[in-house]
Design a protein around this ligand. Structure first.
Ligand code: DC
Length: 238
């Protein structure tokens, strides 16, 4: 495996652009710890739904913050994957469900939620050699990250990919609903007051509308080689 230095790689971009798939692939190829910052916002949202502070289309902000305070949300490394735990319970599956997806954007717009999550993200990444994906990693969480990538893709293509994923999971939804949710989240994420989604000035743009995962890997390998002066390439695994 190539020795890329112990850096932080920040991946930001719109919903369903394949940030986590891409980040996991880079993590596996180069031996980085992968951390999904969106999972933390999803974890807080799930806890609010379970406590009843989020329901019927409304978020009781004060009570949701009370629920969040003592939450034990932690990442664990298991079988080569990073999974989110709430106490001793693995919540990876629940946080990806439709209900959480509908509320997570407004929950993540609450300034106190962002501060709470950011503090934890810094603690998780303290050891370095981390690749983290989200919406504000290169702009707010790690503005000094040594490599920043901003991912984008055509909205219709993203919706189709996400819809197929949800169908495989047995979720009942339509392509139109998925596209609406995606556009709504893009709008909310880029127009909120605290740390809106935007491309960092020093980010490299990856538009994967017409790219395969393999092509994305080749793209990032070129970038890493050019930026960190690495001559050989790792074995391609996809
Ligand atoms: O990446 P995701 O779809 O799992 O993220 C869920 C939500 O969390 C998304 O709508 C925006 C928010 N989010 C954020 O505001 N900042 C981040 N760094 C990561 C996610």
């Amino acid at each position: 495996m190539n020795r890329i230095p112990d850096i932080i790689i920040a991946i930001d971009g719109y919903s369903s652009t394949g940030k986590s798939t891409f980040a996991k692939m880079v993590a596996a190829e180069y031996g980085f710890l992968y951390l999904d910052s969106g999972a933390m916002y999803r974890g807080v949202t799930l806890a609010g739904l379970e406590a009843g502070t989020i329901r019927d289309g409304k978020i009781d902000q004060a009570r949701t913050l009370e629920v969040m305070g003592p939450l034990q949300l932690n990442f664990r490394q298991e079988e080569g994957a990073t999974r989110l735990y709430l106490g001793d319970r693995c919540i990876e599956k629940e946080i990806r469900g439709w209900e959480v997806s509908q509320y997570v954007s407004p929950v993540s717009a609450i300034a106190q939620v962002r501060a709470w999550v950011d503090e934890r993200l810094h603690a998780f990444a303290a050891g370095g050699r981390v690749i983290m994906d989200g919406r504000d990693i290169g702009t707010t969480v790690f503005p000094d990250a040594q490599l920043k990538i901003f991912m984008t893709a055509d909205a219709a293509v993203r919706a189709q990919r996400r819809y197929e994923e949800l169908l495989l999971k047995g979720e009942k939804t339509t392509l139109e609903e998925v596209l609406e949710n995606l556009k709504d989240r893009d709008y909310r994420d880029s127009h909120r007051e605290t740390s809106p989604l935007r491309q960092a000035a020093d980010a490299y743009v990856l538009d994967n509308t017409h790219m395969t995962l393999h092509e994305e890997l080749v793209w990032v390998m070129g970038l890493l080689q050019g930026k960190f002066a690495i001559l050989e390439s790792p074995g391609l695994s996809c």
